[in-house]
Design a binder for this molecule. Structure first.
Ligand SMILES: [Fe+2]
Ligand SMILES: [Fe+2]
Length: 271
């Protein structure tokens, strides 16, 4: 079997990440990679929609794609479920358990990859949190997510969350990030990101924390592995060290973003 060296290195988080791995860890990763490749059937060349075709789909839906997943189910014949009540002083673990729903598994896998490839704790935490705000809002989720977490996490973690959204649109093959086919499907193959995305990319590209944000995208790209279940347990220490949970509970602390946590906790409130 032929090894696609570039893909393999990218799958581990790039050359810098590989350098940090022990000899044994590298050998083990190679073995895992080869067995995964053997089990993956070759996919035929895909045809992606154009941006114009994506736009014509707007009026076929009863919802807008940017709304947070807590507020609707997208299949027409389903209904939303009653949510379990939150504890009086909820912490981050409670939100993961009771509100983050479908995004938990994705971010656990992403953070797990970051942990395995020797990322800093700030980056592991950024990977763990990077998409969870999509329960509240999907449009511009990098900005929404960074705002939601900024009062509670290290500044560079919030930076990494904010800019991962823009960086997802720009390849950085040297560091192991290719433009994802997922985006060709979601936005259209000829999609051009808006000016605020381009401006954010240009700003982040020259920033001293660029690699923090870039590593969120690198660990994000290969994180959708069906069947790989990860829990919050491996990250409890990182959360304990770097997430300042307010003693009153998230949403009760009068921070500038407390209302965002309350909205996630009580999405059924009509006003
Ligand atoms: Fe994201
Ligand atoms: Fe993601």
């Amino acid at each position: 079997m032929q090894l696609d060296r570039r893909h393999f290195i990218a799958s581990l988080g790039g050359a810098a990440a590989v350098k940090l791995m022990s000899h044994e860890a590298r050998a083990e990763a190679l073995e895992t990679y080869m067995s995964l490749q053997l089990n993956t059937p070759a996919t035929p060349a895909r045809k992606f929609p154009t941006a114009a075709q994506i736009e014509t789909q707007i009026e076929t839906r009863h919802y807008r794609r940017g709304v947070g997943s807590a507020f609707l189910v997208t299949s027409a014949d389903s209904k939303v479920k009653k949510l379990e009540p939150m504890p009086a002083k909820p912490n981050l673990h409670d939100f993961f358990r009771l509100r983050f729903g479908q995004f938990s598994n994705h971010v656990f896998q992403s953070a797990n990859r970051a942990l395995k490839t020797g990322m800093s704790e700030e980056v592991i935490l950024a990977c763990l949190l990077h998409d969870t705000v999509q329960v509240l809002m999907k449009t511009d989720h990098g900005w929404w997510g960074a705002d939601l977490y900024a009062p509670y996490v290290p500044e560079r973690t919030a930076f990494a969350i904010r800019y991962h959204q823009a960086l997802r649109f720009y390849a950085d093959t040297k560091n192991g990030y290719e433009y994802p086919d997922l985006y060709r499907s979601m936005f259209g193959e000829d999609y051009v990101p808006g000016p605020h995305i381009e401006a954010a990319y240009k700003y982040a590209k020259d920033h001293k924390w660029y690699m923090d944000s870039r590593m969120v995208t690198v660990n994000d790209l290969y994180a959708f592995e069906p069947g790989v279940v990860v829990t919050i347990e491996p990250f409890a220490d990182v959360i304990g060290r770097h997430f300042k949970n307010p003693k009153e509970g998230l949403g009760n602390d009068n921070s500038p973003v407390a209302h965002m946590w309350r909205t996630i906790a009580t999405p059924d409130n009509p006003l």
